[in-house]
Design a protein around this ligand. Structure first.
Ligand SMILES: [Zn+2]
Length: 199
């Protein structure tokens, strides 16, 4: 079997580490990047570099922004008593679009026995500390309405229970197994509006 240059193998291997990119796609992308104009391929590398330099993780809510604390955490006009807990920074934009104006906490994932993701792999410790030290009147656990999202919400609710804060979940209008990234804005708006206590 012909051996390929190590640099090609390295590129394929790195692309293969990206979420949703299997070995075949990684190989196809790698050869695409080697075939297109150098400007095009290096432009991608530069774009990654620039975004990485410009974007920071907020030390309070763990979402991505150009500043730390992020623009949302720094905005005193928002409801400081309301905390919405989401899995992924991308979901913040969805809730912003449907008019939510409280604060956020990004877990950076969700608990998964299958993938070996434990509470300490997420920002759950920071969440508990934040709620314990803050003046939140409500914490809404807006993890996805699927098996792992529901499981994550249950574990978080147990951890938050001793703090005496009102813990809620998005309304059941969200189709089971769906994801917050995909549901329509009207369903998401209803889900926030109709959030229910989590017992
Ligand atoms: Zn923030």
């Amino acid at each position: 079997m012909a051996t390929r240059d190590h640099s090609i193998e390295n590129l394929i291997e790195r692309l293969n580490r990206l979420p949703g990119v299997g070995p075949k796609t990684a190989e196809r992308l790698a050869f695409h990047l080697l075939r297109v104009a150098a400007d095009e391929a290096l432009g991608l590398a530069r774009a990654i570099e620039l975004a990485r330099q410009a974007v920071k993780t907020c030390s309070r809510c763990f979402q991505l922004d150009a500043c730390d604390p992020c623009a949302i955490c720094a905005d005193a006009t928002r409801d400081q008593g309301m905390l919405l807990v989401v899995e992924d920074p991308r979901e913040v934009a969805r809730f912003e679009d449907v008019g939510y104006r409280g604060l956020y906490h990004v877990l950076q994932g969700r608990l998964s026995q299958l993938e070996g993701i434990r509470p300490e792999d997420l920002t759950t410790g920071a969440l508990v500390a934040r709620v314990a030290g803050g003046a939140f009147t409500e914490v809404c656990l807006a993890t996805n309405p699927d098996l792992e999202g529901e499981g994550t919400a249950r574990v978080l609710a147990e951890q938050l229970a001793p703090l005496g804060v009102r813990v809620t979940r998005l309304a059941r209008g969200l189709p089971a197994g769906s994801s917050i990234a995909q549901v329509s804005s009207s369903i998401l708006a209803d889900a926030i509006e109709g959030r229910r206590p989590l017992s």
